[in-house]
Design a protein around this ligand. Structure first.
Ligand code: ATP
Length: 442
């Protein structure tokens, strides 16, 4: 058996105390039940790379569901079990932990592995995507902190390399191509030479066309949630993957430009910690599909297996943006009112508003949209329907007309206080009832 390095001191220095305590408890329970328990995957990788990661995955060389139930009972949490997959999720107040059973029968390996010689943790790790994700950390007492590295992950981390575990990896699961790119760009690693050849080979076999749109979309969503999605998309283009997904998705120079702007705007918004949060793929997909004609967009959304509802919403969003772009052209900061800008933007979902901000070359429009997002969209007025009733106005459609006008006035700084707003509402009410009477008379 290869020597296992003990990284307990690294674990202790890089994880929050709460997490260390949890791992200890989880290891002791494994010991009690007579099973080895490991932390695995990205969690272990990120300890070594000194990156915060609180998504803990445990693997038990035993019955994961029975283990998870006892762990939850001990810590006062809940369990969601997937009997078919022999996995469970332990849900605690401030933490979710995935627990899996180390199994021998994940895939049929064409390479006819000498299965009997492999421990179950080794088999479990062997089915994973890259060496850096195929690490395990023992947590049972006495062995706590021992790093299980069968495939040279530590060496690959030193060399900053993304490497698969065997040559059929991409044939088994082509989504790993997108995962390779995602990790490469995230860590600023390089996909290894042999691994890159295997990717090119898989692409030349057109394995992407057999991949379901749902799985591609899932990976695209993960890519777009990365710190720098454009770096991933550029790499995908370089390898011909964008067109392999759909010819209409070729990453043109124009699209790169817009995606860059979208990245900036997205980061700006993220730093403001405003609600709602951006759904990154909704934002970036607008850039990726820029220039595709309305009657062709369905080709892309159906390749990516959008539901009818998702497709309708995406088309609507694109239409709203097109319409808003036209209306924004005539908006002038000096002469037009902020309330008008607000009225243009209000019906548009956040991702659309950010897209408009990224697309606007005119500085005053960007500034206006920024004001809208940070201030205007949250403006509420201090008068209500009850106030209108107390003024003796008959309830009806006039109410919302008046309240909208009051809101506009407040946004434009013409009715800041409740008194101002009541006065304005009264005036509008009188004017409205006059026009109604005139209307009755004619
Ligand atoms: P992230 O930091 O993006 O969450 P992660 O490594 O934690 O990355 P997950 O998608 O949460 O990634 O997957 C957890 C683990 O499961 C990975 O570390 C990897 O070992 C394994 N895994 C995930 N997807 C695949 C796949 N398509 N093929 C093989 N192994 C996979």
């Amino acid at each position: 058996r290869r020597r296992e390095r003990n990284i307990a001191s690294l674990v202790n220095s890089r994880l929050p105390q709460k997490m260390i305590d949890f791992l200890k408890v989880a290891g002791e329970l494994g010991q009690d039940m007579g099973w080895e328990v490991y932390a695995v995957g990205g969690f272990v990788r990120d300890i070594l790379l000194a990156r915060p990661n609180f998504d803990l995955d445990l693997v038990v060389e035993g019955d994961a569901i029975a283990y998870a139930r006892r762990l939850a009972r001990q810590l006062g949490g809940r369990v969601k079990a997937h009997v078919k997959f022999k996995t469970a999720v332990v849900i605690l107040d401030d933490q979710r932990v995935d627990v899996a059973t180390a199994r021998l029968e994940y895939y049929e390996y064409p390479a006819a592995l000498p299965t009997v010689e492999l421990s179950s943790i080794k088999m479990d790790l062997y089915r994973r995507d890259f060496t850096i994700n195929a690490l395990a950390l023992r947590i049972n007492p006495g062995r706590f902190g021992q790093l299980v590295d069968f495939f040279g992950a530590e060496q690959d981390m030193k060399n900053k390399a993304i490497r698969v575990l065997h040559s059929l990896s991409f044939v088994e699961d082509p989504t790993r191509i997108l995962r390779a790119i995602r990790f490469e760009r995230r860590f600023e690693f390089q996909i290894g030479g042999q691994t890159l050849r295997l990717i090119k080979n898989a692409l030349s076999l057109d394995l992407f066309s057999k991949l379901s749109g749902t799985r591609i979309m899932h990976e695209l969503q993960l890519i777009m949630a990365e710190e720098n999605p454009l770096a991933c998309l550029n790499r995908m283009q370089e390898l011909g993957i964008m067109e392999a997904i759909h010819p209409l998705l070729k990453l043109s120079a124009d699209r790169v430009q817009v995606l860059m702007e979208l990245g900036k705007v997205n980061n700006w918004y993220k730093l403001l910690y405003l609600e709602p949060r951006v759904v990154p793929w909704k934002l970036y997909l607008l850039g990726l599909t820029m220039g595709i004609k309305r009657d062709q967009i369905g080709q892309v959304t159906s390749r990516l297996r959008f539901t009818t509802k998702e497709e309708r919403e995406f088309l609507q969003l694109r239409d709203m943006i097109g319409d808003a772009l036209m209306r924004l052209m005539s908006w002038r900061e000096d002469k037009s009112r902020l309330s008008r800008l607000s009225a243009i933007l209000r019906p548009i979902p956040l991702e659309g508003v950010l897209f408009l901000m990224a697309r606007s070359r005119k500085e005053h429009i960007r500034r206006g949209i920024s004001q809208y997002l940070t201030r205007l969209r949250d403006v509420t007025i201090d008068v209500s329907g009850t106030d209108l009733q107390e003024m003796g106005l008959a309830p009806g459609p006039a109410y919302s007309a008046i309240l909208v006008r009051v809101l506009e006035a407040k946004i434009d700084g013409r009715a800041q206080t409740r008194e101002d707003q009541l006065r304005l509402a009264k005036r509008l009410g009188r004017a409205l009832s006059r026009t109604c009477k005139e209307g009755d008379g004619s």
